[in-house]
Design a protein around this ligand. Structure first.
Ligand code: BGC
Length: 442
């Protein structure tokens, strides 16, 4: 579809959506009351702790945080609830919208522009360039950034590794060697879930390891069908299958919080997950660098596979603009940034954040992200690389390959190439601006 007609279509949709929003006050909440309803998917112990930190900083401004938490790792449920609430004219005041989704909502004209807050807080200077671009849409700031998560994080159990005299692996052969030794000692090497987004999280790690950030972007951001025929994709698929063989209950679909618990109890020695799992382990009473540590997934040492959490504000009838701006300002304060990331497992989005209070995992993440765009890769699963439709379709293909051991990597490559061709035709991605996450397009 040509870009012009797509814009027109979006504009029409915006009219349809915003009409009821402008006419109806949000039910159950009196206009002008000093409270904001915040929709998010932070329901684990570490996530709740982080939300409480934000609520406390908002309370400092005299505003109450009304919590609207929708369970479901990676925001599967929250996204659906948000869409239906907006269509019903009941948009929340603030919501966790991340990555490419920010642009999708902003394009509909539904998000409050936060330029005033951003200018007076000098966000331009304070933010890492990647984050700065991520919260902008058509020249306006439309979201307040919270923290940067590192997805290429391999957790390992320090006691099990010490008992077997193992060093944390830095290459794939070292990973396999450690896995063999663990299994020979009767320890499951890896715990992962077969839930589609979790499988795809492991896979995007393996793809970054086999292809590096440029190739990763070629496949997931530019969505080039040629890239799907590449040997680096075949290698990542083979490694996904090999990793499956090292897992405790590889076909079991469990929430990520369950996998964290199993890892914490020592039921398996390693676990690949975004660093929010570090916060969860802390809440469960496990100490970093005593019970567990984290290293970048083997082969991704110099890279940062990132997901940035952000809060966007719905315009609604503008009656809450003052409070919404205060929330945006509050979350960017150095204190909130430090406290939030300490509770959430992420690192601050501010370049002037102090490293003194960071643990070893956060310091490593901070340094890797600080290397700049060439070392960074946007997480597909966590919406940093592609729109919702592409993301869901690619995740489904990876999951299919993972579940069906008889499927050859070449077959999945063919299917992915076909899928990318279809997605390209639909959105003309290759010629259009596809988001701030692709440094070649900035
Ligand atoms: C979000 C994190 C959240 C994680 C698990 C990610 O998409 O960015 O904030 O902790 O999902 O639900």
């Amino acid at each position: 579809m040509p870009k012009f007609s797509r814009r027109l279509q979006v504009a029409r949709l915006a009219c349809l959506l915003s009409l009821p929003l402008l006419l109806l006050p949000t039910p159950g909440r009196a206009a002008g009351a000093p409270s904001l309803q915040v929709l998010h998917w932070w329901t684990s112990a570490g996530e709740r702790h982080a939300a409480k930190v934000l609520a406390a900083r908002l309370a400092d401004e005299g505003i109450t945080w009304q919590d609207a938490a929708i369970p479901g790792g990676a925001g599967l449920g929250a996204g659906k609830v948000l869409r239906s609430r907006v269509l019903a004219g009941d948009a929340p005041d603030a919501t966790q919208i991340i990555g490419v989704s920010i642009g999708e909502w902003a394009e509909l004209g539904l998000l409050l522009e936060l330029d005033g807050v951003a200018n007076s807080g000098n966000w331009n200077k304070a933010l890492f360039p990647t984050v700065r671009e991520l919260v902008r849409h058509r020249g306006h700031v439309v979201a307040a950034p919270l923290g940067i998560h590192r997805i290429n994080t391999l957790f390992y159990n320090r006691k099990l590794f010490a008992r077997l005299n193992l060093a944390p692996p830095t290459t794939w052969p070292e990973f396999e060697q450690a896995a063999r030794k663990l299994r020979a000692a009767g320890v499951a090497p890896l715990v992962q879930s077969s839930e589609p987004w979790q499988v795809a999280t492991l896979f995007e790690n393996l793809l970054l390891a086999s292809g590096g950030p440029d190739y990763y972007r070629e496949l997931f951001v530019r969505q080039s069908p040629q890239a799907a025929a590449d040997v680096r994709l075949a290698l990542a698929l083979q490694r996904l299958r090999a990793a499956k063989a090292w897992m405790l209950n590889p076909a079991e679909e469990q929430p990520w919080t369950e996998a964290v618990k199993r890892f914490g109890r020592g039921e398996a020695a390693m676990f690949v997950m975004g660093d929010w799992a570090k916060a969860e382990l802390g809440e469960l009473g496990y100490a970093i660098d005593a019970d567990f540590s984290c290293v970048p997934l083997p082969g991704t040492d110099n890279y940062h596979l990132y997901s940035v959490d952000t809060l966007a504000m719905f315009v609604n009838d503008y009656s809450r603009q003052g409070a919404q701006e205060k929330l945006a300002k509050a979350v960017m304060s150095p204190l909130a940034q430090q406290q939030y990331s300490a509770a959430k497992g992420s690192v601050p989005v501010r370049r002037d954040a102090s490293q003194a209070a960071m643990d070893s995992c956060a310091r490593s993440s901070w340094r890797a992200f600080g290397r700049g765009a060439a070392a960074q890769a946007p997480s597909l699963v966590h919406r940093m690389a592609a729109d919702e439709e592409s993301r869901d379709a690619i995740i489904a293909e990876i999951h299919r390959f993972y579940m069906d051991d008889s499927m050859a990597p070449a077959e999945t490559q063919r299917r992915l190439a076909g899928l990318l061709r279809t997605l390209n035709t639909r959105s003309h991605k290759q010629g259009s601006t596809h988001g701030a996450q692709d440094p070649d397009r900035r």
